[in-house]
Design a binder for this molecule. Structure first.
Ligand SMILES: NC(=O)c1ccc[n+]([C@@H]2O[C@H](COP(=O)([O-])OP(=O)(O)OC[C@H]3O[C@@H](n4cnc5c(N)ncnc54)[C@H](OP(=O)(O)O)[C@@H]3O)[C@@H](O)[C@H]2O)c1
Length: 279
């Protein structure tokens, strides 16, 4: 299987295909993480709120793969945005993940108190300056919030905005802004939470390439500039096929058909956390 290409900008070195771990419980993580590393994944996405950092850490350690080969992301939950709590929570994440650094640390949702996002971003930059984190980023930030974060941290500091992005959610305005600002788009729910694999249009496109609908959906994402995808699965066969998308290319006609799919199907929109989306 061809390995995933890497987004190299500003020393990021993020493989464009990662393995997501949201809603994977402890035994599944302990089973799947070593398997996906065997398959060739070198990018793992977790979060404090997923409750599985310990299992990710245990699996990484026992896998035999060098820590330096794996791009590891976690996310700070919103109740730890106060600067002292953020720093302490990063130490706790590092302990659970059995490592002394993270490749990427994200603010999980843009929920800030009266002081705004400034103090939290300063704290994020501080853990980076301390060497506990190589790169910092944001998640679920809308355009205005992304611009504000970039203006607080300075150009080149925020590596990515991790957002919902798939064949049914166009994100055009946000994508244009991220491109202008030079941020990587990390696409979460890249299979539209399991809806894309059964799409008849994607299945038909896949037939011509000897690929599945899921592979077409993922290929569509990673063919785009500065874009990575982090599909999750509890099944080895799906993990293998999700990584096996680097030996074919979509045609203009394929892309046109995908452009014709519904583009406003936002799946992840928790009322208490969601910003004003730009759709
Ligand atoms: N930053 C955020 O706020 C945020 C929010 C949500 C998610 N995320 C991240 O994004 C990752 C991915 O999102 P997600 O897990 O919610 O959704 P997803 O990856 O779009 O979809 C996962 C679903 O697709 C199925 N699936 C995976 N590969 C398949 C294949 N090849 N064929 C058929 N079905 C397949 C899985 O079922 P099986 O287990 O049966 O394969 C699972 O039900 C998460 O794990 C997490 O790391 C971040």
């Amino acid at each position: 299987m061809k390995p995933a290409p890497v987004i190299e900008q500003n020393g990021l070195n993020m493989p464009v295909m990662g393995f997501g771990t949201f809603e994977l419980d402890a035994p599944v993580v302990l089973h799947m993480v070593p398997k996906v590393l065997e398959l060739g994944y070198r990018h793992i996405d977790t979060a404090q709120i997923y409750g599985n950092e310990s299992q990710v850490g245990q699996a990484l350690e026992s896998s035999g793969v060098d820590r330096g080969e794996v791009f590891l992301t976690t996310k700070v939950w919103v109740d730890r945005f106060e600067p002292a709590r953020l720093a302490a929570s990063v130490d706790e994440s590092l302990e659970r993940l059995r490592t002394d650094y993270l490749d990427l640390l994200l603010l999980h949702w843009p929920l800030f108190g009266e002081a705004g996002m400034g103090p939290t971003l300063e704290a994020l930059m501080k853990v980076k300056a301390d060497g506990r984190v190589r790169h910092i980023g944001i998640s679920n930030f809308n355009i205005a919030q992304t611009r504000e974060a970039v203006s607080i941290c300075g150009p080149g500091e925020i590596a990515t905005n991790q957002v919902e992005y798939h064949v049914y959610l166009g994100q055009e305005k946000l994508r244009d802004a991220l491109e202008e600002l030079g941020l990587v788009t990390t696409a979460y729910m890249p299979l539209a939470k399991g809806q894309a694999p059964s799409d008849p249009v994607l299945k038909e496109i896949g037939k011509a390439h000897g690929k599945s609908a899921a592979q077409v959906a993922l290929r569509w994402l990673v063919e785009q500039n500065r874009t990575s995808a982090i599909p999750a699965t509890s099944r080895e066969e799906n993990a293998a096929s999700n990584l096996d998308v680097f030996d074919f290319e979509l045609t203009d006609a394929d892309r046109k058909q995908i452009a014709g799919l519904e583009k406003n199907r936002r799946i992840c929109k928790p009322g208490s956390l969601s910003p004003q989306w730009d759709d």
